[in-house]
Design a protein around this ligand. Structure first.
Ligand code: S3P
Length: 184
């Protein structure tokens, strides 16, 4: 979990590879289901309708069963108490924590995220951080700061946290060993 632009999909995909797990992006599953980009859906049906579908997608994807899965959730999934409860109880939640300034540097040219199509996206990111940081923090089992580290380093940091918590064996035999960061 984490704010938009924090690297949830990129880090999640790499983490899944290291764990020998499947990777799914809840927003991609959702877009397949609604048959249009999220931005278009927001414009036509509004945020509340989007959140209803998001909730049912998360309910399905976190249900027990199947092979190990790394799931990236949309930044706003944390807003609904039902999502928070399901994610916390049914999965190991990792919060990719990023500052609004860092996210603004990455997202200032973004045209796809409906909430950021406003006159002052930095102010919006600050507002989202204020509102959501406590919620991410409440739901998370582990937290990593995305500020400086590369994707490979972030994945290593997460692998180490999971390892220290004794969760790696539980995730399956496919997990790759924790390796030093590649030399750039
Ligand atoms: C949203 C974040 C988006 C997407 C939708 C709403 C949000 O996902 O679910 O645009 O409320 O922050 P990302 O966090 O992957 O950008």
């Amino acid at each position: 979990m984490g704010l938009p632009g924090g690297g949830k999909s990129t880090v999640g995909r790499q983490l899944a590879r290291r764990l020998g797990a499947r990777f799914l992006d809840a927003d991609a599953v959702l877009e397949e289901r609604i048959g249009m980009p999220i931005r278009a859906y927001f414009e036509q049906h509004g945020e509340a309708a989007f959140r209803d579908i998001e909730e049912s997608v998360i309910e399905e994807l976190t249900r027990e069963g199947g092979s190990p899965l790394v799931l990236a959730t949309g930044g706003g999934a944390v807003l609904r108490p039902a999502n928070r409860a399901r994610l916390h109880e049914r999965s190991t939640v990792i919060y990719l924590r990023s500052s609004p300034d860092e996210l603004y540097r990455r997202l200032r040219h973004d045209t796809q995220r409906p909430l950021l199509q406003v006159a002052d996206p930095l102010a919006k990111l600050r507002e989202l951080y204020e509102q959501r940081h406590p919620l991410y923090d409440e739901v998370a089992h582990y937290r990593v700061d995305t500020g400086r580290p590369s994707v490979a380093t972030l994945v290593n940091m997460i692998m180490m946290q999971l390892d220290m918590a004794g969760l790696l064996p539980a995730l399956g035999q496919g997990a790759a060993p924790i390796s030093p960061d590649p030399v750039p």
